[in-house]
Design a protein around this ligand. Structure first.
Ligand code: AMP
Length: 117
């Protein structure tokens, strides 16, 4: 399989389609959501094409840790830490997942509500 997998996010990783990239490391890419639901809405993804947290395995332990820590650092740099923000990952149909490539949503800049619906 080519780098990044066969989804729209794989195309972003390979720079085949444009995205507003805010951060990149060897293993992780972060870019602004194309349909933001808040003033700050950033997606943080592993470059490895894991379809969701449910498909991750023991070999991904370090990668998942990096993903979460990078998300917190990006949120800090985005100025979201003082007021707080939400990190969410959707899994499968009932979870509302539309792109089968693991991603963390960073949602900030407005009050979030609970339950999320
Ligand atoms: P989910 O519903 O959790 O799978 O989230 C997928 C997210 O990807 C949605 O919030 C979409 O708005 C976003 N999205 C889809 N295509 C793109 C794209 N080309 N660039 C940036 N974000 C995208």
């Amino acid at each position: 399989m080519s780098s990044g997998g066969d989804t729209i996010f794989g195309k972003i990783i390979r720079r085949e389609i444009p995205a507003q990239i805010v951060h990149e490391t060897e293993h992780v890419l972060a870019f602004r959501d194309i349909s933001p639901v808040a003033p700050s809405h950033i997606l943080v993804i592993p470059k490895k094409p894991i379809s969701s947290v449910a498909s991750a395995g023991p070999a991904d332990r370090e990668l998942l840790g990096e993903l979460l820590l990078e998300a917190a650092e990006i949120a800090r740099r985005e100025g979201l830490e003082a007021d707080g923000y939400r990190i969410v990952t959707n899994i499968g149909s009932f979870g509302g997942q539309t792109v089968p490539h693991l991603h963390l949503h960073i949602i900030g800049g407005r009050q979030c509500h609970w339950p999320p619906g």
